[in-house]
Each structure stands twice: as structure tokens, then as C-alpha cells.
Design a protein around this ligand. Structure first.
Ligand code: ZN
Ligand code: ZN
Length: 192
């Protein structure tokens, strides 16, 4: 089986969201691991004969793949989103057109912090960057270890409030790992 074929099968079952480029990189390995985990194979991220055979069986069975059956129906998924007053999951979506928007889920703690910021200032908050896939992160010049890649960071602005004021409040909240002003109105904050 060629790498492209492997990527196609993983994509068909919802595990691989990258481009079918024939390059066996991190995304391919991660997708393979998550397939192996769901179907009780040994999780090594290498797509060998056992994995190949299992994936053919799963596709031939016509059953809904574990990965897709786990996808939230209404787009919001986890229960804690119901407790979030001011944000929807969509606002944290990776804006590129390739990754499907959520290569990872936004971390609960960062969304809860965002809710607190919004409540504190009582003014609209615009999220300019939440979750990022590797490609989009590269495009916007994000560092390789950016917490945006793990759903643990957000960049935002509070309408009518100076970035320095927002930053001071963010830094006063517990639970923020790191925050800085991107410019005079946008602030980055992230969590552990
Ligand atoms: Zn993306
Ligand atoms: Zn950021």
C-alpha cells in the first residue's frame, strides 16, 4: 500500500484531515495512532500489515467508524460548553480551509477564562485566533510549539478596551500560563 493510499483510508474513516500528499509526517502518524487506539491494535503510529488489514475490514464492514461516531452532532460536543455564556465552539475554529477547523478541541480552561474576561468587561470579545492546525500556524508565523496548536491559546480583543487594560486583567486571573499584548488592542493568552 502506498502512503497516499494509507492517507486516503485514514481520511475516509475520519482520522486523517491533512492533505493526501504521500508524505508520512506527524499528521499521518497521529491519525494512525488514533485509529490503532480505537480498534485495539498496538499503538505505534506505524501503518504496517496489521493496521492495513484492520482498516480494510472496518471499511468493508460499512459500520460507522469510531472516530466519526464520536463527533458531536450539533457541533458543540462536550457538556461544559453549555456552561459557557459568551462563546461558541465555532469562534475558536482554525480559519484555514484544509483542516476542518478543529484538528484539536479548544481546551475547556481557556474557554472558561475567555468567558470571565468577557463578563468582567461587559463588552464584545472578538477571537482572532483560537485553534490552529500546523499549516495555518506556519502561515501566520506562529512558533512551532505554539499552544494554539493544542487548543490551549487564544488571541482576542475586547471592544472599546485598550489591550494593556485587557492584559492587566488577564494577568490578574489565576490559571493563565502566559499572556502578552500582540498590539494596542489584541492580547494573546494561553494555559498549561
Ligand atoms: Zn487549519
Ligand atoms: Zn496567540
Amino acid at each position: 500500500m502506498t502512503i497516499k493510499q494509507k492517507q486516503c483510508l485514514l481520511a475516509y474513516l475520519g482520522y486523517y484531515t491533512g492533505s493526501v500528499d504521500g508524505i508520512w509526517g506527524n499528521q499521518s502518524r497521529t491519525a494512525t495512532k488514533s485509529f490503532q487506539r480505537d480498534y485495539q491494535l498496538s499503538v505505534d503510529g506505524s501503518f504496517g500489515e496489521v493496521t492495513a488489514q484492520r482498516i480494510r475490514e472496518v471499511i468493508a464492514s460499512g459500520e460507522e467508524p469510531v472516530k466519526l461516531s464520536r463527533q458531536p452532532q450539533s457541533g458543540s460536543g462536550a457538556d461544559w460548553w453549555k456552561e459557557i455564556r459568551y462563546f461558541t465552539r465555532e469562534e475558536f475554529r482554525c480559519p484555514c480551509s484544509r483542516c476542518g477547523g478543529f484538528p484539536v478541541e479548544p481546551e475547556e480552561s481557556i474557554v472558561r477564562l475567555a468567558d470571565r474576561v468577557r463578563g468582567h468587561f461587559g463588552a464584545p470579545v472578538t477571537v482572532s485566533s483560537g485553534v490552529r492546525c500546523v499549516e495555518h500556524n506556519r502561515e501566520v508565523g506562529g512558533v512551532a510549539a505554539s499552544r494554539h496548536l493544542r487548543g490551549k491559546a487564544m488571541d482576542f480583543t475586547v471592544s472599546g478596551v485598550a489591550g494593556s487594560t485587557v492584559l492587566a486583567y488577564v494577568q490578574s486571573m489565576g490559571g493563565v500560563r502566559y499572556a502578552y499584548a500582540i498590539d494596542s488592542s489584541f492580547v494573546h493568552m494561553d494555559v498549561e
